[in-house]
Write a protein that binds this ligand. Structure first.
Ligand code: HEC
Ligand code: HEC
Length: 193
């Protein structure tokens, strides 16, 4: 090969590599969109959230309340919660370093930012980017969904007491379902709106 041919060959190889990289990039984008729910009808249409799959999280974080779905808060919120466990809503919920690391990783990998569930996208959209809420029950999405429920059914209800007690009303929450039809408010029964 003379010099001219070598340069030509190099150029060809170069542009081929570039074309292939661009192709696999757009492929990756599409898969991402798909997993995030754009093309994922199941997560788009149900009132279910991905099931809890971490033993440490289930054991440690359901000692005082329901183990909230990781997909209901953004990663930044979980990080803030997991780094302030010594003062957790007035309680000490501290863990040993290993357990804390395992649970933090689980929550990060399954946070709203990573979840295909339609709730997650609505929750993320309802939080200002400058805010890092420590409560699901303080997000705009949560408030919008629960604002019609009168106080006497929650704070004034000895069997509920707080919106943080998801399980007292969402009878199927442990199975990952927040379907309105499965809501039973203790002392008041089914919710009809
Ligand atoms: C020692 C008891 C205790 C343990 C253990 C505990 N929590 Fe809590 N948690 C609380 C209390 C108390 C509240 C406030 C409940 C209320 O306002 O009714 C709370 C509230 C929360 C909330 C906000 C709920 C809402 O209103 O949206 C989140 C999120 C949360 N805890 C996450 C965790 C995680 C993650 C763990 C495990 C690392 C954990 N908790 C372990 C006591 C505990
Ligand atoms: C006092 C009872 C009560 C408590 C406690 C409660 N909820 Fe609800 N929730 C309801 C009712 C009733 C609805 C349906 C409201 C409507 O659309 O009219 C609802 C709706 C929802 C929805 C929307 C369902 C859909 O298909 O649109 C989600 C998600 C949800 N709740 C999550 C939670 C979480 C998470 C907690 C705890 C942090 C919680 N709720 C605590 C009563 C409750």
């Amino acid at each position: 090969m003379n010099k001219k041919h070598i340069w030509g060959a190099l150029l060809l190889i170069g542009s081929l590599t570039l074309a292939m990289t661009t192709l696999s990039w757009s492929d990756e984008d599409e898969r991402w969109e798909h997993e995030r729910g754009e093309g994922n009808r199941f997560w788009h249409e149900t009132s279910n959230v991905p099931m809890l799959t971490n033993k440490a999280y289930q054991t440690e974080c359901s000692a005082c309340h329901f183990a909230y779905p990781a997909s209901f808060l953004p990663e930044r919120s979980w990080l803030k919660i997991m780094t302030s466990l010594e003062d957790h809503f007035g309680e000490n919920a501290e863990l040993d370093n290993d357990t804390q690391a395992v649970i933090t990783r689980y929550l990060q990998n399954n946070a709203a930012d990573q979840s295909p569930s339609r709730f997650s996208r609505s929750i993320l959209r309802s939080i200002r980017t400058v805010d890092t809420p420590l409560r699901i029950s303080e997000t705009g999405f949560f408030k919008r969904k629960h604002h019609e429920i009168p106080n006497r059914m929650v704070v004034g209800n000895a069997k509920v007491r707080s919106f943080s007690n998801c399980l007292s009303c969402h009878s199927m929450a442990e199975k990952g379902s927040f379907d309105e039809d499965a809501v039973r408010i203790p002392g008041f029964g089914r919710w009809e709106d």
